[in-house]
Design a protein around this ligand. Sequence first.
Ligand SMILES: O=P(O)(O)OC[C@H]1O[C@H](O[C@H]2O[C@H](CO)[C@@H](O)[C@H](O)[C@H]2O)[C@H](O)[C@@H](O)[C@@H]1O
Ligand SMILES: O=c1ccn([C@@H]2O[C@H](COP(=O)(O)OP(=O)(O)O)[C@@H](O)[C@H]2O)c(=O)[nH]1
Length: 462
Amino acid sequence: MSRLVIVSNRVADLEAQVQSGGLAVALGDALRTVGGIWFGWDGKLVEEGEPAAVSTNENGAVTTATIPMTERDYEEYYLGFANKVLWPVCHYRLDLVQFEPAYFEGYKRVNRNFATALAPLLRPTDIVWAHDYHLISFASELRALGAKQRLGFFLHIPFPPPELLQAIPTHEWLVEALFQFDVIGFQTENDVSNFHRFIENHANGEILDDDRVRAYGRTVIARAFPIGIDVDEFANAAQTPEADSQIERLNRRTVVRSHIIGVDRLDYTKGLPERFKAFRKFLEMHPEHWKAVTLMQIAPPTRIEVEAYANIREELEGLSGAINGEFGDFDWTPLRYVHRAMPRDTLAALFRGSEVGLVTPLRDGMNLVAKEYVAAQDEEDPGVLVLSKFAGAAEELEEALIVNPYDIDDMANAMQTALRMPLEERVERHSALISRIRAHDVAFWRKSFLKVLAEGAPEVVA
Ligand SMILES: O=P(O)(O)OC[C@H]1O[C@H](O[C@H]2O[C@H](CO)[C@@H](O)[C@H](O)[C@H]2O)[C@H](O)[C@@H](O)[C@@H]1O
Ligand SMILES: O=c1ccn([C@@H]2O[C@H](COP(=O)(O)OP(=O)(O)O)[C@@H](O)[C@H]2O)c(=O)[nH]1
């Protein structure tokens, strides 16, 4: 029987309640079910020259195998190439790219270190599934060490249009390296189409039938596998006695009747300043909601060493202060802004207690919060999801109120429409959304990907 080996930059603490990244949440949910190895960075930094020994830890059916990285690796590979080059380019923000040749060298080095550390742990029948933009060249490094296993890759963030990808000086090398995987998964059809355009127009490649793509002397499978959530786990977390008491606390000692909620890492891709401006516009347009509506924004810190992230924090704090100063009163804080991570069961309760969920990124691979908000609702009296057309989730969740996050008036109007939506329409939209989220949950995602990856391997894992 093939064993599943997952590789990602970050390996989640499987026991922790607080996870503020969709990749860790989804892989935790996926692996707990089938078991296997989860290999990656342990989150620690060591001195240059110290041996990077692999530490293992058993957690039920999952063995985590982790290595540290050096300060230099962290600077060049993680903060540098991954988060100052690939992340902004893939999220259509060429204005924020800071390319340095050393970043690229660091990226190649860490991918090689990961492959070198993992190779001795691999069995010939293993199926290896690498995740996200940190590990584009991982398969080519593993192949260079002689690996013959089936190797899969899933990109959690958008694949940009070729016109943007070409801004990375080493983009050709990266795409060629990607072809050392056997299966390449994307979140949406839009990502697949961007990838196809690059292959046809810039890599001299061919798009074949059955999701196959040929370039650089290899034929690989490339298709969309939209990621999902563990619906029951999240829905149940929203209905415990603890959740009820949290919802009661949310409503206690306040004149507020309706809650709007947003939950996002404090990332410039999440469209938070635009969201705050839209809330201000909504208050200006609808004085009848003063003292009756609150926006709660939970925005845990992320990648704080990167300048663009420090700037966005400053901008948001200025905006939330200005909105509360202008509209707030001794008995009403219109905008509650929390700059730290919350446990997922608290989020589930807050989602259930909020009439509107705002998910309005300027660009996002998928956005699991959108699916979690829907899963947490009371199906007999559900809240309304306001969703950006630029979140990957919008390809599936078309019954949400779809907005353009660059259009402040459009978002302000959607807040009003959501708060005024009759029960019948809310139930209708929610029921369509929850059936789709249920059908395409995290288990479906894992099984569909592994089924394709395992073709040709000894036995299917999923
Ligand atoms: O590891 P960090 O640098 O702290 O960042 C957290 C994670 O952010 C990104 O998440 C993405 O994956 C989600 C699940 O597929 C998806 O819904 C979301 O749209 C993506 O942005 C990143 O891709 C992960 O690698 C990071 O661990
Ligand atoms: O304070 C927080 C904020 C977020 N999350 C979780 O982190 C994930 C965020 O994933 P998403 O795909 O929405 O965005 P990403 O952060 O991966 O870009 C979701 O499962 C959230 O429930 C959390 O546990 N606590």
